[in-house]
Design a protein around this ligand. Structure first.
Ligand SMILES: [Zn+2]
Length: 267
């Protein structure tokens, strides 16, 4: 009799253990005790919330009362810190971090300072170093995605790939000689090579970036519009940054056409 009872208890314990093991959801990362800003339609905030991640997907965002239901490879106790969706920086020239604040308050700073300085200093090395610095600063500020346009975007892409961010990266096309192209045609070819290299990257969207209507010709913009549709990639362009640009745009049929294609990101 005694023996039978013991066995029953033992069996019951086994059943209980296996039931709870089955109920636990296995995840890779569990962030608990977080102030979770869900940013859902109701702007719900969980004071001691949790976020569960499996692979590269968020599988749960809850008020944290179900914390015992998860078995995680890694658990982070946020201790009340904020967990929220990453911020998106919609316009950067990340490598220009090295020129930070230069002549910001000077009219026509682009032609008086930036273009001459870029002529002397832009190189593959400068783009890589500026991108590394800028990416680290953005991550520290909560930015996880950004839209960039500059030269040597394949160097920027290497940094994005390594650091784990997401980005739309536009290779600049401009009608005068620049560091990575002698003319717009070379710029377009550089962009095409870059697009080919990164078109299947899970976090990087390569793009064309004609600098602005006033630094490109109608023909260049027409060609880029056509190629962007063929390759199904976005176009990024500076528009309406000043009164002078507004006048150019108002009279530019091609720019208006560009804007009508869904791929255009006007900046
Ligand atoms: Zn810009």
């Amino acid at each position: 009799m005694f023996k039978k009872t013991l066995i029953a208890v033992s069996l019951a314990a086994t059943t209980l253990a296996s039931t709870s093991a089955l109920a636990l959801e296995k995840v890779d990362l569990l962030i608990k005790n977080a102030t979770v800003l869900t940013m859902n339609e109701d702007r719900t905030v969980f004071k001691q919330g949790l976020v569960a991640v499996k692979g590269n997907k968020i599988v749960a965002v809850t008020n944290g009362k179900d914390v015992e239901d998860y078995q995680a490879k890694t658990t982070i106790d946020a201790d009340g810190d904020i967990v929220m969706p990453g911020l998106i920086n919609t316009h950067t020239h990340v490598s220009m971090t090295v020129f930070r604040s230069l002549a910001d308050d000077v009219p026509d700073r682009l032609h008086r300072y930036i273009f001459p300085l870029e002529k002397k200093l832009v190189s593959r090395d400068m783009v890589r170093i500026g991108a590394q610095l800028g990416n680290v600063e953005m991550v520290k500020g909560g930015v996880t995605t950004y839209a960039d346009m500059y030269y040597f975007e394949d160097e920027v892409a290497k940094t994005v790939d390594k650091i784990g961010m997401r980005a739309i990266l536009g290779e600049s096309v401009i009608k005068f000689p620049v560091a990575d192209a002698a003319n717009a045609e070379e710029g377009i070819q550089y962009a095409l090579n870059f697009i080919e290299e990164y078109k299947d990257h899970p976090r990087i969207t390569p793009a064309f970036a004609p600098h602005a209507p006033y630094t490109n010709t109608t023909e260049i913009l027409q060609k880029i519009t056509k190629l962007s549709l063929e390759h199904d990639v976005p176009v990024m362009i500076h528009l309406a940054e000043s009164d002078r640009e507004n006048e150019v745009i108002a009279s530019a049929v091609v720019v208006n056409h560009l804007l009508l294609t869904w791929q255009t990101l006007a900046l």
